[in-house]
Unconditional design. Structure first.
Length: 362
């Protein structure tokens, strides 16, 4: 296999693969094309912020923290393209780039969080020399990446304390290294439990229609040697009723002020099943996923994607021509169904999130 495009520099993900990396020279962004996994491990090279926005929309990169990191790197490309611009035009150009990136996917708040951090820094350095402006933004984008990876490691250790030896963890979608700066949120908890010497096994929901569980979660865990079995989404109830699931651990795309969370479609159903069967339902997410400005789950914008993605599997069309299909990409799980939220700042009851944020001034 060809070496990854950032070689010989190490990936900021801390692994042999990475969802997003910025070239040393700041002129290219490399994204692992997650649509092709596990069949092919291919990195696409992007040279403009427009291309990064399109890649986010098209799911080349996905997962809340990872799209924030990719967008931050996209802002560096935008700053580079604006090298000749005077301060005012530079700021206007970066604001336009920021709006384009944020519009690519509406639900994950990490996207707007990362982009607005980048914009604030760009505004502060607008009057500096062009090279300094680019270097400042590149340093911040890389910091956002590394901070997320470290947050995952920390929340992983915090969450792992709740995972007993011998546990079977059910997870949904992919909340792993591919969805983050590295290590993962829900998969970070599982990895940390395994690293602590606990025997853990995983049931990975396939997660229709993009099959992030079947393709990506299984790919990551198999490489780590953590036992994983893929199940179809409709099998979760069967395994819960048979008492084969110790806990459910998922990621989140946004955590509202009251502790409601948005995550991949199907998460709400799992939380209801967990409640019914008395199984703990945990959410793992970095603090950048917390959005105290959004009051509750009803106010979270939920992306609806195209019919086409539902009616096809691989190349095959499964639904009769002309029959409509629906594709909400996310759903909301109310706070009362969540046993605990693991973040890098600690473990919280969902209803405590606002108080925890205000106590720390965020
Ligand atoms: O549509 P996706 O693949 O971007 O959805 C991803 C999820 O729902 C993840 O669970 C969430 O972003 C958390 S990733 C650490």
């Amino acid at each position: 296999m060809a070496p990854p495009p950032w070689y010989p520099a190490p990936a900021l993900s801390g692994a042999g693969y990475s969802a997003a990396e910025l070239a040393e020279s700041c002129d290219r962004v490399f994204l692992l094309d997650q649509r092709d996994l596990p069949a092919r491990e291919v990195y696409v090279t992007l040279r403009s912020v427009e291309d990064v926005a399109e890649a986010i929309r098209a799911m080349v990169v996905r997962g809340a923290p990872a799209i924030g990191i990719a967008a931050a790197y996209g802002m560096v490309l935008a700053a580079r393209a604006l090298r000749p611009a005077v301060a005012e035009r530079y700021v206007a150009g970066l604001r336009a780039a920021a709006s384009m990136l944020v519009a690519a996917r509406p639900t994950a708040v990490n996207l707007s969080w990362a982009v607005s951090r980048m914009l604030t820094s760009a505004e502060a350095h607008a009057s500096d020399a062009a090279e300094v402006r680019v270097a400042e933004l590149a340093a911040l984008a890389r910091r956002i990446h590394v901070e997320d990876r470290e947050a995952c490691r920390r929340m992983g250790r915090i969450g792992a304390a709740r995972i007993p030896d011998g546990a079977t963890i059910l997870t949904h979608c992919n909340a792993g290294a591919l969805a983050t700066g590295g290590y993962g949120t829900a998969l970070g908890v599982i990895r940390a439990a395994a690293e602590a010497g606990k025997r853990v096994r995983v049931l990975a929901d396939e997660t229709r229609p993009y099959l992030q569980g079947a393709r990506l979660t299984a790919w990551e865990l198999a490489q780590d040697g953590i036992p994983v079995e893929v199940i179809t989404d409709s099998m979760a109830g069967y395994f819960l009723r048979r008492r084969e699931v110790t806990a459910i651990v998922v990621g989140a795309d946004r955590i509202a002020r009251n502790g409601d969370i948005a995550n991949k479609i199907g998460t709400y159903g799992l939380a209801c099943l967990a409640k019914h069967h008395g199984v703990p339902f945990y959410v793992a997410a970095p603090w950048s996923t917390v959005d105290l400005a959004t009051l509750d789950g009803d106010h979270i914008p939920l992306e609806e994607r195209s019919r086409d993605e539902v009616v096809r599997v691989g190349g095959a069309v499964l639904v009769p021509e002309g029959v409509p299909a629906r594709h909400p990409a996310f759903d909301v799980t109310p706070a009362e169904l969540i046993t605990a939220i693991f973040t890098e700042r600690g473990e919280f009851a969902a209803g405590e999130i606002a108080r925890a944020g205000e106590a720390s001034g965020v």
